[in-house]
Design a protein around this ligand. Structure first.
Ligand SMILES: *Cc1c(COP(=O)(O)O)cnc(C)c1O
Length: 389
């Protein structure tokens, strides 16, 4: 049985909804088209522009975006895809959905991002792709990963569910990989309730993802396979299901919210970065805990603010002290390969990714969202100081 949790007054993350968002949703609700309507393509266009991508395909979740990406790059049975150990399970599950094998790979100890040296060591003749996860909002080492992908002829997919608004060497996340996946879950930078987006610079991949999100159906006459001469085939009701797809559509109501939320992204990222700076300064004064390393050449989007303790005991004590005071700190993440499903079905075990396993015992995510004020930061730091030196 789970013991009762004290109520959380400051969650690690949460959405911000204002009157403009509510008005946008209400007007979409009063329109003719509740599901695929004008707001879907408006949101896709605004989003593509925002992340410097050519094409954006809106779907029902970040997980659906990752699944669509695996479909677009034609992952199938016996294909291997490299996935970091420190991430949400969805980053690996998307490979399994298409029948492939996620190859759980260790991370860099300073950033907890996919370690290019470990990636190279895991490549086999079956490797088809790398899924880079921009953990916490810190973009991966794309120069190194792109170089590996090019040399071994692999696709590079960016799970940027943490990293909307981040940049690598001045280039925006969303335009760094073959396909990039974003999530609009309420804990992420912007929300549509549930929702996601896949961006790409490749028109065929964009087309494949559009088909995939709607049952594998196309209405594009240029793409029709059946060339029957009957008049019926030429009518506007004609469509073709050309492959097995899903219903991964997002609604117009959700996209109306997404469009309204997107307006506030820049302001919110600035706010997150300001909170991070406040944390940085306070944590630098403590000996037994440190902030996760940030590389020089990146612009951090701070979905998470992760700290690392000197010992597992201190991390656990801090977790409890914070929770007892209503502060919803959390641990991101349990390494993927340690979950029972992966142990049972893919034979993963302790010791597979030692850096990730060690980090897992020491890390904690502090509250980080645009709705926080100075008092929230101070209170969090005050409790941290009661536990560590
Ligand atoms: C949130 C998240 C996802 C999944 O997004 P959903 O919208 O919840 O499906 C995938 N990968 C990472 C790293 C995430 O944080």
């Amino acid at each position: 049985m789970k013991h009762s949790e004290p109520s959380i007054t400051l969650p690690y993350s949460r959405q911000s909804i204002d009157e403009k968002d509510i008005d946008a949703v209400c007007s979409a609700l009063s329109s003719d088209l509740l599901t695929t309507g004008p707001k879907v393509s408006e949101f896709e266009e605004a989003f593509a522009q925002c992340v410097d991508a050519k094409y954006a395909v809106a779907v029902s979740s970040g997980t659906a975006a990752l699944h669509a990406a695996m479909y677009a790059i034609r992952i199938k049975s016996k294909d291997e895809v490299i996935v970091p150990a420190i991430t949400f399970v969805a980053s690996a599950n998307c490979v399994v959905y298409q029948g492939g094998t996620p190859i759980i790979t260790d991370v860099d100890s300073k950033t907890l991002l996919l370690d290019p040296i470990q990636v190279e060591a895991k490549i086999t003749p079956r490797t088809k792709a790398i899924i880079a996860v921009d953990y916490a909002g810190h973009p991966c080492d794309y120069d190194a990963l792109k170089d590996i992908a090019k040399r071994h002829k692999l696709f590079l997919v960016d799970d940027a569910c943490h990293a909307l608004g981040a940049k690598y060497k001045g280039k925006k996340v969303g335009a760094l990989a073959d396909i990039t996946a974003f999530s609009f879950h309420p804990v992420k930078h912007i929300t549509t309730g549930e929702g996601g987006m896949a961006t790409t610079g490749n028109p065929e991949m964009a087309e494949r993802m559009r088909m995939f999100r709607s049952h594998g159906i196309t209405r594009n006459a240029d793409k029709f396979i059946n060339c029957l001469q009957e008049d019926n085939e030429r009518q506007s009701w004609y469509y073709e299901m050309q492959d097995i797809g899903y219903n991964y559509r997002i609604s117009d109501v959700q996209c109306a919210l997404g469009l309204s939320q997107l307006q506030k992204l820049q302001k919110w990222i600035n706010k997150r970065r300001k909170i991070a700076k406040q944390y940085d300064i306070k944590i630098a004064e403590l000996r037994e805990v440190s902030s996760l390393h940030v590389n020089e050449n990146i612009f951090h989007a701070y979905h998470l603010y992760v700290i690392k303790f000197d010992s597992n005991d201190l991390r656990n004590k801090t977790y409890q002290a914070m929770r007892n005071n209503g502060i919803g700190v959390n641990v991101h993440y349990i390494p993927v390969h340690l979950h029972p499903y992966y142990r049972k079905n893919f034979g993963t075990a302790d010791g597979l990714c030692p850096t990730a396993e060690t980090a897992y015992k020491l890390i904690l995510s502090l509250p980080m969202h645009q709705g926080m004020d100075d008092n929230d930061v101070e209170q969090t730091m005050r409790i941290l100081q009661t536990v560590v030196q």
